[in-house]
Design a protein around this ligand. Structure first.
Ligand code: NAP
Length: 477
């Protein structure tokens, strides 16, 4: 069902599409397929609701968000089970994501109350300047499948806290998770029209309504750089405000004074998290030659212990890729690297044994001897492959790491404080993990430089994306 103006309803054409489990290819549900007229109705509802929602107090909005947080925590296990079924990640990771997703509701429930203006000194005796912050208006939000819950709340939390209303278009692979989140807002009694949900197989048609309707004042998007660029170009025609959380190509630097065992443990956890389908996943692993043997040996041992299968099985530690197309893309990058001289340390193939053949499974893989001409070095991978580049003292490691149009996350392992600070300052990425593979939290700013995006989500910055600054100049008698 779509959720428009506080009601669950079918689309105008009464069409539906099926949702499948990527681990088994089984059908797990059907959802309504929104088309243009449904999107227009959702914008009507959000626009009407904005006139009253934007005038509620910060305390009222905060209460809805904290109620939603509490309900989401109450439903944590159910939502996690649904996520593992629909998106494929292991249950432990799903539970972590539900918690991370809920954290944005609580964080922004608090931030709603901290939207301040300023009194600005004037050079003229009879003039006073006051600036205030106001919500931007109706927000069009478009989200991906890889984090099907937290990518929604990371937008909904700050947008609602600021006083905006939202029309959400989630990814077509994960509309059931989106429905579960919107149902939380419905069940806490959020006024009708404040959030609206359009599941669809027609992303461009729905996107175009959001991009061309003047009543939609902001587009917030998380997804690939290719789609983000198209949306940004179209949004520019109406000079709409945009926030873009796009692709990444994260370097992972293991410096000569790193603890290679600790670094290998870090890669084994972050590279294979969500089967490599994360925007902050390490994609280029640079290891100093002096620690390379130990690093590779520890990483190999850890990776070979990963167990692939359905995320619903508690013993599984790595789930499927989202679809066949992604399997082909990963396999193609691995074959290209092999042809150009890379060595397969482990993995390097599609998994088809037993029940795995029904799903989209790729073996957790380590490649060494990666060079610049290989596709895997140049493109975002989005799969469970760790490509290793061994470097020496002659290489300018920061220049190599920065040599990309992306700029989302980077990681550095070193036991040397000066080297760590130097790396932190030298790397052109929005998020840097220093001996840390989890530099994310609702309280910390998340976002990329260059072609990885515009704006920040979470943290104090997160709510600013949904606010306009208005200046008042007052002349006194
Ligand atoms: P995608 O193909 O760009 O899709 C993202 C969303 O955009 C989906 O809802 C998709 O709908 C929609 N979409 C596609 N074409 C559209 C169009 N012409 N008009 C309007 N909407 C359109 O990305 P994805 O494959 O879902 O996600 C993976 C990408 O997201 C990776 O590049 C990853 O790095 C990035 N990502 C970034 C962050 C971050 O915070 N920076 C976080 C997570 C993911 P359909 O599902 O119907 O195609």
């Amino acid at each position: 069902m779509l959720y428009i103006d506080g009601e669950w309803r079918a689309g105008k054409r009464n069409e539906f599409f099926t949702v499948t489990n990527p681990a088994t290819s089984d059908e797990i549900g059907e959802v309504a397929n929104a088309e243009k007229i449904d999107a227009e109705k959702a914008v009507d509802a959000a626009s009407k609701a904005f006139t009253t929602w934007s005038k509620t107090t910060a305390y009222e909005r905060s209460k809805y968000l904290s109620d939603a947080y509490n309900l989401m925590i109450e439903r944590k296990e159910d939502i996690a089970q649904l996520m593992s079924e629909e998106q494929g990640k292991p249950l432990k990771a799903s539970r972590n994501e539900v918690q991370y997703g809920a954290d944005f509701l609580l964080w922004f429930a608090e931030e709603a109350k901290r939207v301040y203006g300023e009194v600005i000194p004037s050079a003229r005796k009879n003039q006073r300047f006051i600036s205030i912050k106001q919500p931007v208006g109706v927000v069009g939000a478009i989200t991906p499948w890889n984090y099907p819950v937290s990518m929604l709340t990371r937008k909904l939390g700050p947008a609602l806290a600021a006083g905006c209303t939202v029309v959400l278009k989630p990814a077509e692979q994960t509309p059931l998770c989106a429905k579960a989140i919107i149902k939380i807002f419905h069940d806490v009694g959020l006024p009708k029209g404040v959030v609206n949900l359009l599941s669809t197989e027609n992303p461009e048609e729905i996107g175009n309504v959001l991009l061309t309707d003047y009543r939609v004042k902001k587009i917030t998007f998380t997804g690939s750089t290719a789609v983000g660029k198209k949306l940004a170009a179209k949004a520019a025609e109406q000079v709409k405000s945009i926030s873009m959380e796009l692709g990444g190509h994260a370097p992972f630097l293991v410096l000569k004074d790193a603890n290679p065992e600790h670094a290998a443990k870090g890669v084994s956890l972050i590279k294979y998290l969500n089967t490599g389908q994360a925007c902050i996943s390490p994609n280029r692993i640079y290891v100093h030659e002096s620690v390379a043997d130990e690093f590779i040996s520890v990483l190999k041992t850890r990776v070979e212990k990963l167990k692939a299968g359905s995320g619903l099985d508690e013993t599984v530690t790595i789930g499927p890729l989202v679809n066949r197309k992604e399997i082909e893309k990963v396999d193609n990058q691995v074959k290209d690297a092999k042809e150009k001289g890379a060595k397969v340390i482990t993995g390097g193939k599609v998994l088809t044994e037993g029940n795995l053949k029904k799903g989209n499974f790729y073996a957790p893989t380590i490649l060494s001897g990666i060079t610049e001409e290989m596709k895997i070095y140049q493109e975002e991978t989005f799969g469970p492959v760790a490509p290793i580049v061994i470097y020496n003292d002659q290489d300018d490691i920061f220049a190599m790491a920065n040599d990309t149009n992306y700029g989302l996350a980077a990681y550095v392992y070193t036991e040397n404080l000066s080297a760590a600070m130097h790396a932190f300052e030298a790397l052109n990425f929005g998020i840097i993990g220093i001996n840390d593979i989890n530099p994310t939290s609702a309280a910390a700013p998340f976002g990329g430089m260059n072609e990885s995006g515009l704006g920040r989500e979470g943290a104090r910055e997160g709510i600013e994306e949904y606010l306009e600054t208005k200046l008042g100049g007052f002349q006194l008698n």
